[in-house]
Ligand binder design. Structure first.
Ligand code: ADP
Ligand code: NG1
Length: 473
């Protein structure tokens, strides 16, 4: 790893000039690209990411006081210091050091420690921020592993991933666990199917005749500074609670309510009524309790939810709760004033995307001759669903996806949270050089010079390894 080694040496020098000492150890945690399975981890469904080469690297020296001093090789991120005994995370301002504090607090709380020893840390990251490649989670996971190492304790990778997924929520975003899971559980050379409850990662062998290419739309979207992300999480939460409470039997049934769907629907209604809907948070829980397939969940969604947006009053009527209860018991602090919830569209995206993940994995296992084409089609469908049903794309991402398809990608889609950030495309290996040259020209070299090509805007990527501790540079 010559590049990593050079970075470690530079970090050691910078650490020395900043803190006047030599780091005792280094921790690295990678970012990720999600190949398929967008906005479904927080609904309980499996996703299919791989770690990328880009990462967050932290040089660490434990100290004997309670002082926690954080510095960053990037001057955009100012120095920060506090007492390790008094960790305060300001949800209203997602400043960079707060992500570090999330990781630290997660470990501190896991072991029930009120006192933590201090440390000097120098952070170096090369994941483009707010671009859907999980720079924030790489920082949280890195900080979690730094804290664990300083404490001299042990945890499994699964435990670390679960702790960091939970503690990243201190920043205010209600994410699932995909990013933290792949950052810890990734292995070089293989993508992973990440399943939740219980968390586990299974190898998915990607096709050898194709390359996955990441292209950055160069539109940044910070999840914690905006409410787009949490609104979607809340819509899914509400869609899990509402379906049968407001629905009826098949509308317009020509067979007096005895057709297959009506019978299915009637049985489901009875099952759903026996659920404690107020405890249900995830769409996957609804499916599991009803014991039906994703395809059947899609049918049920079409019948039980209406495509017109719901307003808070209707939601309260369905759930039999007051507006105050909706705000305090269900919605997050930054979604209290939302007036429109598109439950039908969001649920349709989630169930169809969850099915695409399973199909993608199956195709990778069976490896039919036309697998690259089949995988590409699933990625294209995923993008369409993100764009039209989940409304988490943006004009630049749509344009970039079109350009990638035009120049040889078999499939292309936004990756990560969306509303900006990157696309991921599946490109036949023999087309890679012309693909890169043409996409570069079409998207990054605009004649009006409005978008300067950046170093890390367009690159082929391979499945990388997960988080690590190094003792020597
Ligand atoms: P992403 O999709 O990359 O996770 P977010 O918008 O959720 O994007 O988080 C990006 C934030 O993470 C940045 O604004 C910054 O606060 C923090 N961050 C990312 N990379 C670094 C880094 N190298 N050093 C410090 N903070 C970083
Ligand atoms: P990124 O792309 O890193 O912002 C976010 C969530 C994921 C997942 C994706 C959408 C966090 C930390 N990450 O990822 O859990 O929901 O969006 O698939 O909240």
């Amino acid at each position: 790893m010559p590049v990593l080694y050079d970075r470690l040496l530079k970090l050691k020098e910078m650490f020395n000039s900043k803190f006047g000492s030599i780091p005792k150890f280094y921790v690295r945690a990678p970012g990720r690209v999600n190949i398929i399975g967008e906005h479904i981890d927080y609904c309980g469904y499996s996703v299919l990411p791989m770690a990328v080469e880009q990462d967050v690297l932290i040089a660490v020296e434990p100290v004997k006081t309670y002082a926690l001093q954080l510095a960053n090789t990037n001057p955009l991120y100012p120095d920060f210091s506090t007492s390790a005994n008094n960790i305060q995370i300001d949800k209203t301002k997602p400043l960079w050091h707060n992500y570090f504090l999330c990781g630290l607090k997660g470990i501190q709380e896991h072991f029930g420690l009120s006192n933590l020893t201090g440390m000097n840390c120098l952070v170096d990251g090369n994941i483009p921020p707010s671009s859907g490649l999980s720079s924030s989670s790489a920082l949280v996971c890195c900080a979690g592993l730094v804290t664990l190492t300083v404490l001299g304790r042990n945890l499994s990778k699964v435990e670390l991933a679960e702790i960091c997924a939970k503690s990243e929520r201190y920043i205010g975003t209600e994410g699932g666990g995909m990013d933290q899971s792949i950052s810890f559980l990734a292995e070089e050379g293989t993508a992973k199917l990440i399943e939740f409850s219980p968390l586990r990662a299974t190898d998915v062998k990607l096709p050898s005749g194709a390359v996955f290419v990441i292209a950055n739309s160069c539109v940044e979207m910070n999840k914690a500074a905006t409410s787009h992300f949490n609104i979607r999480v809340m819509e899914c939460r509400l869609a899990a609670k509402i379906p049968f409470l407001c629905g009826g039997l098949q509308t317009g049934c020509w067979n007096s309510g005895v057709c297959h769907l009506c019978i299915l629907f009637g049985e489901l209604l009875a099952k759903y009524k026996s659920l404690q809907w107020d405890k249900v948070l995830r769409l996957e829980e609804v499916q599991a309790k009803l014991g039906i397939s994703l395809e059947e969940m899609l049918l049920v969604t079409e019948d039980a939810l209406h495509p017109e947006p719901y307003n808070p009053e209707e939601i309260c009527r369905c759930l039999g709760i007051s507006l105050e209860e909706l705000r305090t018991q269900i919605l997050s602090p930054n979604t209290q004033d939302v007036l429109i919830f598109k439950l039908y569209q969001r649920a349709k995206h989630v169930y169809s995307e969850a099915a695409r993940v399973l199909q993608f994995k199956k195709i990778c296992e069976e490896a039919p001759e036309n697998m690259v084409q089949l995988l590409g089609e699933l990625m294209n469908q995923s993008h369409m669903s993100c764009r039209d049903m989940y409304e988490c794309s943006c004009p630049e991402l749509d344009q970039l996806v079109d350009i990638c398809r035009k120049f040889g990608a078999q499939g292309s889609r936004l990756t990560g949270a969306g509303w900006g950030g990157c696309t991921v495309s599946i490109v036949p290996a023999d087309k890679l050089p012309s693909f890169l040259a043409n996409v570069h020209k079409a998207y990054y070299q605009r004649s009006d010079g409005s978008l300067a090509p950046e170093k890390q805007s367009l690159f082929a990527t391979k499945p990388g390894g997960g988080a690590l501790v190094f003792l020597e540079a």
